[in-house]
Design a protein around this ligand. Structure first.
Ligand code: 3PY
Ligand code: MG
Length: 265
């Protein structure tokens, strides 16, 4: 069975950097898998990507030696089971605000005796290049589980959440976190409350042996966050990079003055 290099690197205290895939398209996933990111997360929370397309994206990503992760639409057993049984190597759970929600994500992700994930499907084993029995035996050691803290409630419950055994990383969603504070959503901010919340999650993660992570808008911010001690770092998204480059090109050509600003992330 193949080794999940992202999980291993995080366990060893190293950084692991990837991006988000928001296009519902295995061809785009295949192209992005060859760029050099450590992992790619197929976005199912805020896109039209369904389970069949996601499954094809996982295959496309893994076929090029990159690690296929996925963000599920919500923290439910059904969502988690279906993406893992269809070939994801790791799952990102949005909006975890309490210890009970963290425990539920662990139980749904891990097989017995660490959880109660149901046995079944072929694509999990195929994605890891192994047979089903070996997959069932080893999946608990290879599947990456990332819980998101992206609400003030999650920040307040950070110690209770991050001391739950059985998951690997915590990932801060700056937009939702700022929004929950009644502030303008964005990927990076110097706002005092935000900065304090981020520092608190970082410190609590380290104290509990959990890899800290965050979503950032660009490579410069990724390097800054890495220096602060963040390990699981997502840089923007494939669509953000595509639109940023396209709008830069258009601007250089003196075109598109009347167009609305594009989202760069
Ligand atoms: C957020 O910023 O809220 C996110 O979910 C980023 O992934
Ligand atoms: Mg979010």
């Amino acid at each position: 069975m193949k080794t999940n290099s992202v999980r291993k690197n995080l366990e060893q205290g190293k950084a692991s950097i990837g991006t988000w895939l928001t296009l519902p398209d295995p061809v785009a996933a295949r192209l992005m898998a060859g760029v050099g990111f450590d992992w790619l997360t197929v976005e199912m929370e805020h896109t039209s990507t369904g389970i069949f397309t996601a499954s094809q994206c996982f295959t496309a990503i893994a076929s090029r030696g990159c690690v296929p992760l996925v963000r599920v639409p919500w923290n439910t057993g059904e969502n988690i089971k279906r993406v893992l049984d269809n070939g994801a190597w790791g799952v990102v759970i949005p909006m975890v605000n309490s210890r009970a929600e963290a425990e539920s994500a662990v139980v749904n992700t891990r097989y017995h005796p660490k959880g109660n994930r149901s046995i079944g499907g072929h694509m999990g084993a195929v994605s890891f290049g192994t047979d089903p029995l070996t997959y069932y035996e080893r999946a608990n050691d290879e599947i990456l589980l990332v819980l998101m803290i992206e609400h003030v409630k999650g920040v307040e419950a950070a110690e209770e959440i991050l001391s739950v055994p059985g998951f690997d990383a915590v990932f801060i969603g700056p937009n939702d976190l700022l929004n929950s504070m009644g502030k303008k959503p964005t990927f990076d901010s110097e706002d005092g409350d935000f900065t304090q919340a981020v520092a608190h999650v970082l410190k609590t993660a380290k104290a509990n042996g959990v890899a800290p992570g965050i979503h950032v808008p660009d490579a410069e911010t990724a390097n800054r966050r890495k220096e602060e001690g963040f390990q699981f770092i997502a840089v923007a998204s494939e669509v953000g990079m595509m639109l940023a480059k396209a709008s830069e090109t258009v601007q250089t050509l003196g075109l598109g003055q009347d167009m609305p600003a594009v989202a760069k992330y």
